[in-house]
Design a binder for this molecule. Structure first.
Ligand code: SF4
Ligand code: SF4
Length: 378
């Protein structure tokens, strides 16, 4: 993401070929071109030509809802041979239109006040899951950063995994694997601030940068050499938008464990359908590591179209109905209810999107933890 985008120049690049329409999950769910990438650009062209009409009123609201009806899957950018950076354009356009969405303004306020999307006391970041996991990991408190502690490895938990109980088992699995590979690490606890990714999706880059400056300072104090996260949104924010020294490695959890683990004591020998999280697959190009890791664990991957689950871009907040239509269409297309096969992924948001639609879904690391378990632990 750069500074101010020259919209007029970018619009000139679009040759209106329409290649971006059919691949867009929003277009597929609604059948309306105005919601497609090209449709959004048409609308923006109109706004560029007649800005006074879009200052407020119905047209401004309608335009805003079009710009916010996007899952930020990045598929249009990948498809466009004219290299129109559509998501950069949408992100910038969101900055001026976010004020029309009270729920989004609330999220922005939550992050600015409490440094997490939920507006909860940030000191609680690690409290709920440490209480649940202390029987399994009696030294868990030692792994939470406090002044003076240093470590080569930092595990960046992210807002979703910190506060939502579904992910406690994922955290348990991660800590179990860390123990298995005998890795010393720290998590930031109350010193972890939101990575800024949700603010990016609202076009609030400067506010996001303030949070990132804090995280970067803590990474420096810890003397981290490797930062690992399971959340693809956090990964993108850490890799591309935090000003972290280039000698520090920033890895998705699957990349990290793929490097660390060559084989497991007991292969699982199961078949699962793998959902590539858009932000991991398309934006961060982490494609092979999850597959390598699953192969080592003994998961036979049944490939699906690398398509959106509808859970990104704040779409659940701005248009829950379309977000649900997208996941419902994916479930039908991939025959997930007809075939007795579970889904596996490696993104907390995608995992919730499938599970909340009635599909049994696991994070890869939950299976990895099983594959390294002794008989008594299973
Ligand atoms: S694929 Fe690119 S050039 Fe073609 S309509 Fe979409 S944005 Fe325009
Ligand atoms: S980012 Fe994805 S959802 Fe948004 S316009 Fe592009 S293809 Fe459609």
């Amino acid at each position: 993401m750069t500074g101010k985008i020259d919209i007029t120049e970018l619009l000139k690049k679009c040759v209106q070929c329409g290649s971006c329409i059919l691949i867009c999950p929003i277009y597929r769910a609604t059948g309306q071109e105005v919601f497609s990438p090209r449709g959004k650009l048409y609308y923006l062209k109109l706004k560029d030509a007649l800005p006074e009409k879009f200052d407020d009123g119905e047209l401004a609201k309608d335009y805003a809802s079009t710009i916010f009806t996007c899952a930020f899957c990045g598929r249009c950018v990948e498809t466009c041979s004219s290299e129109v950076k559509l998501t950069d354009i949408f992100r910038e356009q969101r900055k001026d239109t976010v004020k029309l969405f009270p729920k989004l303004m609330q999220i922005e306020e939550n992050i600015n006040d409490e440094m997490n999307v939920y507006g909860l006391d940030n000191e609680m970041r690690s409290e709920s899951w440490t209480m649940e996991l202390e029987d399994d990991f009696p030294d868990i408190e030692d792994k939470i950063y406090s002044k003076g502690k240093t470590s080569d490895i930092v595990f960046f938990v992210g807002c979703l995994m910190s506060f939502r109980s579904r992910h406690t088992n994922v955290l348990k699995s991660i800590f179990k694997v860390m123990k298995y590979i005998d890795e010393d690490y720290l998590v930031l606890g109350g010193e972890e601030f939101c990575c800024g990714h949700p603010l990016d999706l609202l076009g609030k880059v400067e506010e996001a940068d303030e949070l990132r400056a804090h995280n970067t300072e803590v990474f420096n104090k810890i003397k981290a050499k490797t930062i690992v996260t399971d959340c693809p949104g956090c990964l993108e924010a850490l890799r591309d938008h935090h000003k972290i020294d280039s000698s520090v490695r920033i890895l998705h959890l699957t990349e990290y464990f793929d490097e660390k683990i060559d084989s497991v004591p007991k292969k699982l020998n199961i078949k699962l359908k793998y959902h590539d999280p858009c932000e991991l697959f398309r934006n961060n190009k982490v494609i092979q590591a999850p597959r390598n890791l699953m192969k080592k664990i003994g998961i036979e991957v049944i490939e699906m179209e690398p398509s959106c689950c509808g859970g990104g871009g704040m779409l659940r907040v701005t248009n829950n109905e379309i977000a649900q239509d997208i996941i419902d269409q994916r479930i039908v297309k991939e025959k997930l209810k007809e075939e007795d096969i579970c889904v596996v992924t490696c993104c907390p948001s995608c995992l919730e999107q499938f599970e909340q639609s009635g599909i049994t879904t696991w994070d890869i690391v939950e299976h990895l933890a099983q594959a390294i378990s002794t008989e008594e632990e299973k």
